[in-house]
Design a protein around this ligand. Structure first.
Ligand code: IPE
Ligand code: IPE
Ligand code: MG
Length: 246
């Protein structure tokens, strides 16, 4: 059984990213509204957060809502935003019990003010927790994240008269410093459920050397056993980072 896969404590990823895809199709296959799929998807997300916490994974980034997802109907967008808000309000005890810290990545200014406030409060309330860090990618786009980093850099230069970014100072490290969460290590493993084989604008910069794992299962059907299978597959990978086999 997948959940009985033995995972050596070592060689577990430090940072996992998940593209939680397939909520709508899950609902449609059951003749339910797409919104019902998002509700079930949230339940999966909570189970996977608990499993990652129990496995002592340090960082988990969940792709909740992309900068492209605004193209959906107002009803669906409103429902997802409402779910996020309600979840953050209701689950503080769960996060406290498990010492889980909540963070955000994405354009917070483009979110409805009540959602932005809720994210900031959840971040504040869990800031001191030393367990798993869950990064909610909400109004997130990989390209947008790079654009915002460059804008932050330019703004920081403007504050210091005479400071101009010179071509020689435009380095990977310089750009990285201005990303949303520069302290978080790059993802080692990016999982996508729902049987699609694309990044959909997720962690473009940080995921440069991530291992990818694709699952045919729709996100609401994902379980801890599936996470364990993904981790077992990850442990079989040989990461070379452009170098040669040691
Ligand atoms: C993922 O499920 C959740 C979000 C993108 C918000 P989808 O809603 O994309 O589900 P499918 O891909 O249509 O099945
Ligand atoms: C990616 O899924 C975004 C999230 C899971 C939040 P989408 O369903 O939006 O991606 P596409 O449209 O299939 O590329
Ligand atoms: Mg989708």
């Amino acid at each position: 059984m997948a959940s009985s896969v033995v995972l050596a404590g070592s060689r577990l990823p430090r940072h996992i990213g998940i593209i939680m895809d397939g909520n709508g199709r899950w609902a449609q296959r059951k003749n339910l509204l797409r919104t019902q799929g998002h509700l079930e998807g949230l339940k999966s997300a909570k189970k996977i957060v608990k499993a990652a916490s129990d496995l002592h994974i340090p960082f988990l980034t969940l792709y909740v809502f992309s900068t492209e997802n605004w193209k959906r109907t107002a009803e669906e967008v409103g429902f997802i935003m409402g779910l996020v808000k309600q979840h953050l309000k209701a689950e503080l005890d769960f996060y406290r019990e498990n010492r889980i810290r909540i963070r955000h990545t994405g354009d917070i200014q483009g979110l409805p003010p009540d959602i932005a406030r809720e994210l900031e409060e959840a971040g504040e309330d869990t800031r001191s927790f030393e367990g798993l860090q869950v990064i909610l990618a909400l109004n997130y786009g990989g390209r947008d994240a790079i654009v915002r980093a460059v804008r932050r850099w330019l703004a920081s230069c403007e504050k210091e008269p005479g400071e101009k970014p010179l071509p020689a100072t435009v380095t990977e490290e310089a750009i990285r410093r201005f990303l949303d969460n520069p302290d978080i290590p790059d993802p080692d493993l990016i999982i996508r459920t729902g049987g699609e084989y694309r990044t959909s604008n997720f962690l473009l910069w940080e995921g440069a050397y991530a291992e990818y794992y694709f699952s045919e299962l729709l996100w609401p059907d994902w379980t801890e056993g599936d996470l364990r299978s993904a981790l077992a597959a990850y442990q079989e990978r040989e990461r070379r980072f452009g170098g040669r086999k040691p």
